[in-house]
Design a binder for this molecule. Structure first.
Ligand SMILES: [Zn+2]
Length: 346
């Protein structure tokens, strides 16, 4: 039966309202949304505070910040790009049910991810190689930087007890499909693809991509498109994918203090064709003078390798069976703290 409060009754011209368990569902632009106030109650994040279009849910150690009309959502100060902007549905700030189930739930409660397995193996994927140099700066090219970061991360991960494979360990071209196939063959593994960005403008900072859930637009293309509905092998790992992206992006942003461009969704071949949880990290812009200078230093690339190691460890702790329910990434005073503390609320 619909749960009709006086406030919600006002909304019925623009929204249909249903109560499903603990959630109030709102219909908007053909999609299901849930009120952010409902999110605050369910995840014990307190009462929704609204000032103009700005929205905050906050407790002593966790926060969610967003804005009506914006797809940017900050969880403990780490930027996520939602599949759909925060909307005001009949006077209530709300997020899409897709973002609730495919982003908030696995990020806020990673220990509840049913399909997760204990991580033993890491497949590192340095982007490009051989005739494909990738992006260029005055100091060097993407394929070499990506390989260098991967080799450094390999050594750190092996020293920490992980089995590590690489899609390439030298300057050679490997087709994208082959990289994804290697990932799919490895049990109990994570796939981490390493790239650097380029753009025609002054774009700067780091960003992390993971596979778009079925039916949502890819942020790497104009959309939505019919292809957004084609099932991808990687979608069986939706929950692990976003939890891994969260862990990877948090350490990358914290350690580098680079501008946080957010966690985004795409259907890159290496993400969509692999049934292994995976992410693609972009460690800065070779087209930006400041970013390019940093990327050219061994110290920055070593820091990226350390971030990859810490991300893997934090992810494993967050989802692993019989492991602590809290996972906190390293922080500095200005940086974000993520990922999450698991607080069963039901
Ligand atoms: Zn690249």
């Amino acid at each position: 039966m619909p749960r009709l409060t006086p406030l919600l009754l006002l909304l019925l011209l623009t929204a249909r309202v249903f109560a499903v368990g603990d959630w109030t569902l709102l219909k908007y632009e053909g999609r299901d949304y849930v009120p952010l106030a409902n999110v605050g109650t369910f995840y014990q994040l307190g009462n929704l505070q609204q000032s103009g279009s700005s929205l905050v849910l906050r407790t002593a150690n966790r926060s969610l910040r967003g804005q009506v009309g914006s797809p940017e959502l900050y969880i403990n100060n780490l930027k996520f790009i939602l599949s759909y902007p925060v909307a005001e549905v009949g006077g209530q700030p709300a997020i899409s049910r897709m973002d609730l189930t495919k982003l908030l739930e696995p990020v806020l409660r990673p220990s509840r991810i049913q399909s997760s397995v204990s991580v033993e193996t890491i497949l590192l994927d340095p982007g490009h190689g051989g005739h494909d140099s990738g992006a260029l700066s005055l100091f060097g090219c993407e394929k070499n930087y990506a390989l260098d970061v991967a080799l450094r991360a390999r050594d750190l991960l092996r020293a920490a007890g992980f089995r590590v494979y690489m899609t390439r360990s030298s300057d050679r071209f490997v087709p994208l499909e082959e990289r994804a196939a290697m990932a799919s063959r490895l049990p109990n593994a994570l796939f981490i693809s390493i790239h650097f960005n380029a753009s025609g403008n002054d774009a700067t900072g780091v960003e992390t991509f993971t596979l778009a859930p079925r039916g949502v637009p890819s942020m790497a293309n104009d959309g939505p498109a019919l292809s957004d509905f084609v099932p991808c092998a990687g979608n069986v790992r939706d929950a692990e994918n976003i939890a891994l992206a969260c862990a990877a992006h948090a350490t990358l942003v914290c350690n580098s203090a680079m501008f946080d461009r957010g966690i985004k969704r795409a259907r890159f071949v290496v993400l969509r064709e692999s049934a292994t949880p995976g992410v693609l990290i972009e460690g800065g812009f070779l087209s930006n003078a400041n970013d390019a200078r940093r990327i050219a230093t061994a110290a920055y690339r070593q820091q990226m390798a350390i971030s990859i190691l810490q991300a893997v460890q934090n992810y494993r702790n967050a989802v692993g069976p019989r492991l602590p329910v809290a996972s906190v990434v390293p922080r500095n005073n200005s940086g974000p703290t993520v990922i999450t503390t698991t607080t069963p609320s039901q």
